[in-house]
Design a binder for this molecule. Sequence first.
Ligand SMILES: Nc1ncnc2c1ncn2[C@@H]1O[C@H](COP(=O)(O)OP(=O)(O)OP(=O)(O)O)[C@@H](O)[C@H]1O
Ligand SMILES: [Mg+2]
Length: 500
Amino acid sequence: MVLRLADVVKVFPGVRALDGVQLEVRAGEVHCLLGQNGAGKSTLIKVLAGVHHADAGEITWQGEPFAPATPQAAMRAGIATIYQELDLVDDLSVAENAFLGHEPSRLGFTRRRVSAYKTKEILARLGHAEITPRRMVRTLPAAAKQVVSMARALSHDARLIVMDEPSAVLAHDEVDNLFRIIRELTSQGIAVIYISHRLDEIREIGDRVTVLKDGRTTAANLPARTTPTRELVGRMTGRSIEYVFPPVTGTPGETPLLVVDNLTRSGEFAEASLTVRPGEIVGIAGLVGSGRSELLETIYGARRAESGTVTVDGAPVRGVGAAVRAGMGMAPEERKSQALLLDEPVFKNMTLASFARFAKVGFTDAGGERAAAERTADQLELRPRDVVRPVRTLSGGNQQKVVVGRWLLGGTRLLLLDEPTRGVDVGARAELYQVIRDLAANGVGVLLVSSEVPEVLGLADRVLVMREGRLIHEAPAGEIDEDTVLNLVMAGSLLEGEPA
Ligand SMILES: Nc1ncnc2c1ncn2[C@@H]1O[C@H](COP(=O)(O)OP(=O)(O)OP(=O)(O)O)[C@@H](O)[C@H]1O
Ligand SMILES: [Mg+2]
């Protein structure tokens, strides 16, 4: 046993985020933390990392009482943390980030050279030698930033590495690489606390599971591989939720609402053509990096197409302003940087159009604005159900609900959703699927991007498969299965049908 938490409590104004947590972690194990959005997982690891301080309870680390005053103290004690919201400094290099706060000093070398050298070594060990230590972190894609966070964790001699939803920004093969690294760490006796909403990952990499609900431990040390899903979900939610998709209700209209014709941005995607009809949900499946997000952003006008056209109701649309006026709404992939005003209250964020300067908010009084936001909060089961609280104080999954909730309020006719359920727990996913389906039933056209194939298949009426910047296949959702999609996505082999 390397770590033991007994009756740990952490109170924020108005919320008992941790309300008596028990946790035991052994050396060399992968200990998974499971719980709904807002259950207290991130708060718990921030207490271990010295970011928050427990109000009550005891923590024992390697046999000694432990209460880190600062993140540096936690690191010195051998606990490294990879946060849910990446916390790298964009304007520093990869090496500077990796060694931030504990730059090595040694005679004969400048510290910079030593840290560059060591960073290079660690990156190679992580299987990412292509990331150079001198590169500015700002220029890296999200998955590479994750690797840098990991490098920072390994740059300390950590005995416990805590990972808060590390796979959320990773593509399939990158998750495999992450698991390889985790196995390497645990074989050296390093303990890992792993947080994820994906049960398949927990089964693959986890040894034991502790479940949190409303800040309390509801089950401890369950075997990760053999505990039935029903039991895990029951402990998380207190009820048994099936992972179901709502039935298709309305029929899509005949005339296309959105027509995308031959859209190209070199290096990102080429000759993309697709249509979305009113009331239709079209899903794009593909790996992270296949060009899906770029395509969505270009349709929305946030990126400029090199060639090709976007029309809504037969009228050409260019630029975000025109897109918003044409009734387009977009929930982007990186909610933190692109979508949310973290210090503003939930209701302000919900009633704001995606880019503030194009806002066409129909509310004249703050009261109406709040009431509308409260109805949306109910629909999405926002937790805590408090629309005045700053978005910064919401858990990751609840922040995502706010991004999606915005589009339930405006007069959106065409909704572009990029990874709408990222970080959203199993229970709340069902609510979100229902909300999206209801929008379609009311005639809204939806274009959805997700790396979770079952989500695309379960939610969409029609499925497009994207690979390396090209739409290579199209099929009604009922006529394509997960294996086919995965084969197309990975190998690009056409098992059936004609390319789109
Ligand atoms: N800085 C803060 N100030 C006030 N309340 C907070 C703060 N951070 C978290 N909370 C609240 O504490 C509770 C637990 O949040 P936490 O982020 O730990 O959840 P989580 O289990 O990580 O959820 P998710 O799966 O969505 O990431 C939530 O009700 C959240 O709103
Ligand atoms: Mg969290």
